[in-house]
Design a protein around this ligand. Sequence first.
Ligand SMILES: [Mg+2]
Length: 146
Amino acid sequence: MRICFDMDGTIANLYGVNGWLEMLINHDATPYKMAKTLINMNVLARVLNILQKQGYEIGIISWLAKNSNEEYDEKVTNAKKGWLKKHLKSVHFDFVKIVEYGTDKNIVCKNYEDILFDDEKHNRENWNGKAYDVNNILEVLRGLVA
Ligand SMILES: [Mg+2]
C-alpha cells in the first residue's frame, strides 16, 4: 500500500512565501526552498518511519511550476528534493516524483486503498484510492499504526 504526499500547500507552505507567484513567473526557485513547513515534521517523520516498517510505501507526487522550461524544471526539482532532505531527512522515500504541472496523480496509485494527501480538491476527487485534505494528516496516519 502507498501513502502519497503532495508538497505545495500540503506539507510545504509555498503560498505563504512573500512574492511567491512573481518569483515563479520569473523562474526563480527560491520560494520552493524558503517554504516553511505546514505540520510538525518530527512527528510526521516518526509516524512515516513506523508505517514504512509496517509495509507501507511512502512517496511524493508534486507538480513543477505552471509556466516553465527545462532549466527551471531542473531548479525546481532540486529545490523540492532539497526541501525534503532538509525537513524530512530521516524519511527514506520509496519514490519522489516531481512531475509536470497538471499531471494526473493517479500515476502513483496502484491500489484502491492507496492514500493521497493533497490540498487541491480536484486531485483528491480524481484519486482512485483514499484522498484526504491537509487538516488531518497526522490523525489519519496515526490511525494506520498497527
Ligand atoms: Mg498542492
